[in-house]
Design a protein around this ligand. Structure first.
Ligand SMILES: CC/C=C\C/C=C\CCC/C=C/CC(=O)SCCNC(=O)CCNC(=O)[C@H](O)C(C)(C)COP(=O)(O)OP(=O)(O)OC[C@H]1O[C@@H](n2cnc3c(N)ncnc32)[C@H](O)[C@@H]1OP(=O)(O)O
Length: 289
């Protein structure tokens, strides 16, 4: 695969307003990896990640997610609630089988570029976004949540960026998304310790905005959040958000290719493969105990 062509096809245009230049083709219509439900009355769209059993994030899921985001931009939805349709898990993060054992360069580059693209589309979406964290949200799952504008979470689950203990160094755009939600000191501690916080701890440090007890409450709180923008012209709101987030977006847009190469080099290092391998084995072994 020609890497520079792939980058070009995936690139956000220089205006960095999001792009319809990626031709979206559902990679997995039969698998239905993302479910979308638009409420015609309220204009709110509920997007459910649906890759059983734990919403691990694969290349196909990222592609489908980008397609859904393009559709919602075209539909001019009033707001989006991102949730999971898996029991107890919002998303278990990147699909470890995309990282281990020794992924092919071609697959990995495509995987990483669609991950970047998913983040760009979510982080710069013109419509307001709420993450309803209705299950555990480690690593890449937390990245999805912190890229939204508002976070609601059910009690007794875990959220955080546990990349470091898994042998992965979070990339700068992920760190920037966290810094946008948490004051510097707490963000750095969360990243360097890789600690997963329970719902109450996440609320106490401001990683999530509200604790909700069920989906009904989550939808009511989301509606309240969307209503705060009802008297704001849509374009002014969208541009304000995008200009506010411009530095974070540009950091990735300018470095997409090197970001992907750096991550691939890091993942393919024998020491990294060894750490991810034993982590993955421990996940599997947990079940046998
Ligand atoms: C130089 C470097 C530059 C840049 C680096 C950049 C960036 C980083 C930015 C983002 C990076 C993210 C990295 C990741 O996301 S790595 C993934 C990390 N995820 C985790 O650590 C979570 C692992 N999973 C769990 O803890 C539990 O599964 C969970 C609590 C989510 C759910 O528990 P539950 O008991 O309900 O289910 P399980 O029995 O554990 O799981 C069911 C089966 O699913 C498999 N599984 C779980 N998670 C994953 C995964 N992430 N990928 C693939 N497979 C996964 C699990 O093994 C079970 O499989 P079977 O045993 O049934 O075969």
């Amino acid at each position: 695969m020609n890497f520079s062509r792939l980058i070009k096809n995936c690139s956000i245009p220089s205006r960095w307003l999001l792009a319809n230049n990626i031709r979206y083709q559902s990679s997995s219509a039969a698998q239905n990896l993302i479910q979308v439900d638009i409420n015609e009355e309220t204009g709110v769209s509920v997007v459910s990640l649906n890759r059983k059993p734990v919403n691990s994030l694969s290349l196909e899921l990222f592609k489908d997610f980008c397609g859904v985001m393009d559709d919602l931009e075209r539909e001019k939805v009033r707001g989006m609630v991102l949730k999971s349709s898996c029991d107890n898990v919002f998303s278990s993060g990147l699909d470890i089988t995309e990282l281990y054992p020794n992924p092919s360069e071609e697959r990995f580059e495509a995987f990483w570029l669609w991950f970047q693209e998913s983040w760009l589309k979510l982080y710069a979406s013109s419509f307001p976004t709420v993450a309803f964290v209705n299950g555990h949200a480690p690593a890449g799952g937390c990245v999805f949540a912190i890229s939204c504008e508002y976070r609601l979470m059910l009690p007794y689950y875990k959220i955080g960026l546990n990349e470091a203990p898994v042998g992965i160094v979070a990339t700068e755009w992920v760190m920037n998304s966290l810094r946008a939600v948490l004051p510097g000191k707490n963000a750095e501690r969360l990243l360097t310790s890789g600690r997963l916080l329970d719902t109450q701890e996440a609320f106490d440090i401001g990683l999530i905005d509200q604790i909700v007890n069920n989906e009904e409450e989550a939808m009511a709180r989301s509606e309240e959040f969307f209503a705060t923008f009802d008297n704001v012209p849509k374009l002014a709101r969208a541009l304000t958000k995008q200009v506010y987030r411009k530095n974070d977006l540009n950091q990735l847009i300018k470095n997409r290719s090197s970001d992907a190469k750096q991550f691939l080099n890091h993942i393919l290092r024998p020491e990294t493969q060894k750490i991810i391998g034993s982590y993955f084995k421990s996940l599997k072994d947990r079940k046998k105990d």
